[in-house]
Design a binder for this molecule. Structure first.
Ligand code: HEM
Length: 385
């Protein structure tokens, strides 16, 4: 793709040792790179534990929050019980009325930008769709989605947006505690864990992860999809001619994009991987982005093939912590691919400000800070054909 830098920075290390000892703010962390190794480690929560408040993200998030994120920063069996409390909301995107409502949102937002000349699609489309669809999934009022649209994509890392998020959650969680409704916050206020109610910090830990985990990831995959369809217009025509391709296309796009490069684990007792010793208490990382380009699993791994079969990608993780928001992300991405191919004849890439993850040992594009495009409408005679 010309519009997105698809360089795989892990290729050489994956082939040689399967590990990259990478420096993150002074801490050297072995990144596990091969598909099979990543899958095994993700399932082996005793050796590769998530029971490490603030240290599952890399680098750690101590400067940005003071509560443990739930359920991600726990191990089974505690994790299983926490996860079950939020699960019903994260399953909502499988319900026909939610699928339909997200489709309508997508149509409305597309109608506002198609044929309008230059449009900055991150703020004017992707962030709006993600925010409004999230309000739907969590059963929050639509006005909340409109409020979240104004927040930055890097919610926790940007001061103004973090302040806005905490201020919003303080109020919304206090309201839910006083008068629990049928939304996620109300459900968490009423929930029982280990025979007791959740503490305010536990509820906040669920809420922060729901906002932080699902925002820039979803925005990135929408941007990737649009950039790909701009770059390879024949794929836009293929989707239009064969809407049955949308499902495999949505998996392939998230595989190649892999917006979450990796995630950390601690090794409480110490362990060894590919001949490298990880001392007790040290961290390793599961590199989803590298596993998703493993040539032994994905032929022509650097290519986007919309009809790729048996796509065993790990962009949503694997094992007990498999992304709770995957149903939501899939619904949004499928909806974008379907509606864009029905309404847009051609996407013109005008300019992009890449979002780059840059460390001393690797660099990769994970999204766009801003992306300017023109979406040309399908004329009536084209739809009639
Ligand atoms: C393309 C979009 C997304 C990608 C690539 C993605 C990726 C991931 C990955 C790789 C994990 C596993 C973490 C681990 O093993 O430690 C994860 C977990 C999680 N994600 Fe997502 N995610 C996406 C969208 C979302 C959305 C939309 C939400 C919520 C609105 C969300 C909420 C969560 C939560 C709550 C967990 C923790 C699950 C657990 O610990 O049991 N994610 N995500």
């Amino acid at each position: 793709m010309n519009t997105w830098d698809l360089t795989d920075p892990f290729k050489a290390a994956r082939a040689s040792s399967g590990l990259l000892a990478a420096d993150f703010a002074g801490e050297t962390i072995p990144m596990i790179l091969r598909h099979g190794d990543v899958r095994r480690a993700a399932r082996n929560f005793e050796a590769f534990s998530s029971d490490a408040p603030f240290r599952v993200p890399i680098p750690g998030e101590e400067p940005f929050r003071d509560v443990r994120e739930l359920p991600i920063e726990t191990d089974p069996p505690e994790h299983t019980a926490y996860r079950a409390l939020a699960q019903p909301f994260f399953e909502r995107p499988k319900q026909p009325e939610v699928i339909e409502a997200v489709g309508e949102l997508t149509y409305t937002l597309l109608d506002a930008i198609i044929g309008r000349g230059e449009v900055e699609v991150i703020r004017e489309f992707a962030v709006k769709l993600q925010s409004r669809a999230l309000a739907l999934m969590l059963k929050r009022p639509p006005e909340d989605g409109l409020l979240w649209e104004n927040w930055n994509t890097n919610l926790l890392y940007e001061d103004a947006s973090r302040t806005a998020l905490y201020r919003y959650l303080d109020r919304a969680l206090a309201d839910a505690a006083a008068n629990p409704g049928d939304d996620l916050f109300g459900a968490l206020s009423k929930a029982r864990f280990d025979g007791r109610k959740l503490t305010a910090d536990e509820i906040l830990g669920f809420a922060i992860l729901t906002f932080a985990g699902g925002r820039d990831t979803v925005v990135s995959v929408i941007a990737f999809a649009l950039a790909h369809l701009a770059d390879q217009p024949e794929d836009l025509s293929r989707l239009r001619a064969d809407p049955g391709l949308v499902r495999s296309a949505a998996e392939e796009i998230v595989r190649v994009c892999s917006p979450l490069t990796h995630i950390g684990r601690t090794c409480p007792a110490g362990t060894e991987i590919n001949g490298r010793r990880i001392p007790p208490g040290h961290r390793a990382s599961l590199c989803w982005a590298s596993a998703n380009r493993d040539e032994s699993v994905f032929p022509d791994a650097d290519e986007v093939r919309l009809d790729r079969r048996g796509n065993a990608h790990v962009a949503y993780g694997v094992g007990p912590h498999t992304c709770l928001g995957a149903h939501q992300a899939r619904l949004i991405l499928r909806s974008v691919l379907e509606k864009v191919s029905q309404k847009v004849s051609r996407i013109e890439f005008l300019s992009g400000e890449p979002k780059v993850e840059q460390w001393p040992d690797y660099r990769r594009q994970t999204g766009y800070e801003a992306l300017k495009m023109t979406l040309h409408p399908i004329r009536n005679e084209e739809t009639a054909q």
